[in-house]
Design a protein around this ligand. Structure first.
Ligand code: PEP
Length: 252
C-alpha cells in the first residue's frame, strides 16, 4: 500500500471569489492568507478564472498552489477564446482541472478532446486533475461504472507517468446541489474506480489519488475524509469563503 498525500482543491468556477470584481478576488485571497495554513501533509490548490491567475498567484500564500480550470490541447494559434498549457506554464501555473462535468455538459467536451488535453498537459509537466462522474439517472439505473469507464479509459489512454495525474470523482447529482454522496456511496465508487484502474495499470493504481467532489462542506468533510479511498476533495461553493475552505482542508 502506497501512501497517498491528500489533495484538496477549491474550484472557484466562474466566480471572482464571492462576487464578480477583482476586489472580491482580493478579499478571498486575503481571507485565505489569514486562515490556518494547510498541514504539510496535505496539498491545497485554488482553481481560479484565467484572468485572475496572475494576480492570485502573486498575492496568495505559498502554501496554496494556483490552478487553471481548463486549457486547450494546442500550443497556440487560431483558437479564439482559448488558453494553452504552454501559456499557463509560462505564467507559473502548473496545475489544471480537465473534464469538469460543467465542461462536458455545458460546453460539450468529449472524452476524445479531454484525452488530448490530458496528454498535452502531462507532456508539459503539469499536474492534472481529471474529472469523472455520473448523472442522477445513471446512478439510479445502476450504470455508474458503465458511465465512468469510458471517462477513465480516456485518462488511462493518455497517461504514461501517473505521478502527476489526480482523479476527481464528482457525481454530477452531487455538484452544487447540497446532495452529498454518503461516505459509503463515495467510498464504494472510489474503491471501484481504483479496482478498475488496477486492472489496467496494476499496482500503480494504489498510488493514484482520487478526490471526491460534490457538495463537500465544512460539516461533512471530516466524515468523508475517513473513507480509505478518498484522498482529498474538489470543492466548489464552499471554496468561495476562506473559513469553510480552511476547515475542509484542515481535516487532513
Ligand atoms: C465542483 O465544482 O467541482 C463541485 C464539487 O462543486 P460543489 O462543491 O459546489 O458541489
Amino acid at each position: 500500500f502506497m501512501s497517498r498525500m491528500p489533495i484538496v482543491g477549491g474550484n472557484w468556477k466562474m466566480n471572482a471569489g464571492n462576487g464578480t470584481t477583482k476586489q472580491s478576488v482580493v478579499e478571498l485571497v486575503e481571507g485565505l492568507n489569514a486562515a490556518p495554513k494547510p498541514s504539510s501533509g496535505c496539498e491545497v490548490f485554488v482553481a481560479v478564472p484565467y484572468i485572475y491567475l496572475d494576480s492570485v498567484s502573486s498575492t496568495i500564500d505559498k502554501s496554496f498552489k494556483v490552478s487553471a480550470q481548463n486549457m486547450y490541447k494546442e500550443a497556440k494559434g487560431a483558437f479564439t477564446g482559448e488558453i494553452s498549457g504552454e501559456m499557463l506554464m509560462d505564467m507559473g501555473i502548473s496545475t489544471v482541472i480537465i473534464g469538469h462535468s460543467e465542461r462536458r455538459d455545458i460546453f460539450g467536451e468529449t472524452d476524445a478532446l479531454l484525452g488530448a488535453k490530458i496528454s498535452k498537459a502531462l507532456s508539459l509537466g503539469m499536474r492534472v486533475v481529471a474529472c469523472c462522474g455520473e448523472h442522477k439517472e445513471e446512478r439510479e439505473a445502476g450504470t455508474t461504472m458503465d458511465v465512468l469507464v469510458p471517462q477513465l479509459e480516456a485518462i488511462v489512454a493518455n497517461t504514461e507517468d501517473w505521478s502527476n495525474l489526480v482523479i476527481a470523482y464528482e457525481p454530477v447529482w452531487a455538484i452544487g446541489t447540497g446532495l452529498t454522496a454518503t461516505p459509503e456511496q463515495a467510498q464504494d465508487t472510489h474503491a471501484k474506480i481504483r479496482e478498475w484502474l488496477a486492472s489496467k495499470i496494476g499496482t500503480t493504481a494504489d498510488g493514484v489519488r482520487i478526490q471526491y467532489g460534490g457538495s463537500v462542506n465544512d460539516k461533512n468533510a471530516a466524515e468523508l475524509a475517513k473513507a480509505p479511498d478518498i484522498d482529498g476533495f474538489l470543492v466548489g461553493g464552499a471554496s468561495l469563503k476562506a473559513g469553510p475552505f480552511s476547515t475542509i482542508y484542515g481535516v487532513f
